[in-house]
Every structure is written in structure tokens, then in C-alpha cells.
Design a protein. Sequence first.
Length: 295
Amino acid sequence: MSFTRGFFTGTVTTLFAVGVYQYSNELPPQVYQGEKSGSLFPQEVSEAIKRRILRYGVPQRGEAPLIYSNHILSYDRSKRTPVWVAERITQDQTQGSANRKHSKFIPDPGIPSPFTAENSDYVRSGWSKGHMAPAGNNKFDQRAMDETFYLTNIVPQDMDNNAGFWNRLESYCRDLTQRFDGVQILSGPLTLPTQTDPQGQKLVVYPVIGPNEVAVPTHLYKIILVESNGTPSAIGCFIVPNKPIKNKNSLKEFQVSLEEVQKRTGVEFFPMLDHVNLKNLCYVDSCNLGKRHTG
């Protein structure tokens, strides 16, 4: 009896395995490899599996990109900081009467309270509130400037870095609008390996601040894409440590490839753009940072 049951079970298992093998080999390569659908199966099969397993809904890690008047961002609910913040600025947008004195740091009203940072997280933390989309890029409109003070656009930033090197980098981006039609900017935080254990393995170590445990990045990145005659012409990518940087340090010291930033962030930037033929921004422009901007 047990032999018969075992033989029957084994036969069914074998037939099932053969059936799966034959079924998978009959699928179009682009579907089977998951290049189109992110699944090994045709869409109707994938939907049936999803309904069976995720019958109470698909887990939501975070928001879809959040859209504001003059910037768009992707938000990391667990770290309570942005993943990336995108802007496209022109010279007109950096001029106007909007004033940061009228703006206040507040939690983003579009983020549920369990997943947002609070102003109290930064109190006596030793870190400043660092804009990713800077207020100075939005002088054309008070609302656009106010929205840059939502805490979804903010990361814990070294105070000297924020007021010094990073501020000068932001000012340089605005200066580029005088020489190019438009400037596309992507900025965000990174947590990179900065230590090793006794066995030589790399470690990612970073502090968190406040009751909401806002993650303090080890580095910040900025991608700058400039347009000439309405066409992307040059790109510069930079990864900057979140610590004091002396004035004598040049921006070029922190220049990396776009591929390096994508590898570090896990984000594919400009997926609709062929960036192979883009020129190096620091070749076509100076990449020289001016003095600290106070406006």
C-alpha cells in the first residue's frame, strides 16, 4: 500500500515537474525572463497568483513619486528621508520676490504620521536640516519655495557642509542657468560603507536622530544635466561626504560616473535618455564653486 502511494506521488511529482519545464520553455523569452512583466509567467497567470497570495493587498513600501510645484521626489518611509529629489530650473525661476523668511519646516501633509520626520527629531541632534531641492531655486514663487521646507525634502546634514560646500554647489547649479537653457538636477542621501570589521568586511554604519529615528546619510549625491538648444548636452555626477569640506577642495574631486550613482542608489536615472554621448560637464564648464550664497 505504501509503495503504491509512494509510486503514485512520485509519478505525479515527476509529471508536474516535466509540465512546468515544458510550460516554461513554451513561454516567450521576454515574458519568461521577466523583462517585461517582472514575472516568470504570462500576465493572466501572474494576476491569478497575485490574487491567491496577496488577497489582502500588495504591501506598500512607500509613496509613488510626490509632485510639488517645482520639484518631484521619491520618499523612503523607513529612513524618513527622500530617495531622490528632481528639479528642472531655469534662470527665471531663480529670480523673484519669494523669501525663505516666510517659509517654515513642517512635516509633509501628504505623508502619514507614522512615516514622517518631525521638527523635534532635529532638536539638539547636532545635525542641520539640509534641503535637497534648495529654497533658492524657487524665488519665482512663494508656494514653490514653501514646499521645499516639507521634511520629505530634508535630510540630516552636517552643519558646516550644509552652509559651506553644499551651499556653494547649489549656487553653482543656479549659475549654470545663465549659460544653459535648462538645468535638470537630482539630489539625495546615501548610506555607504565607511568602516570595516576585524575580518576586513565593509560595514554600513550611520546614526539616527530623534524619536522617529531619522537616518543620517554618510554621503549626499547630486546629478546635474544641462540642456543646450532644448537638448541634453552634458552631465556631471558627484558624491559628497556628509561632513565638513574645506574651501580648497574642488568639486571635481567628488565627481563620479552616472553608473556609480545608480549602483549606489539602486535607482536608474534618466531611463528615457541615451546618456552615452553626453559630454562631461566639468569639461564644457568650469565646475568651479564660487563663494557661499546667502540668499
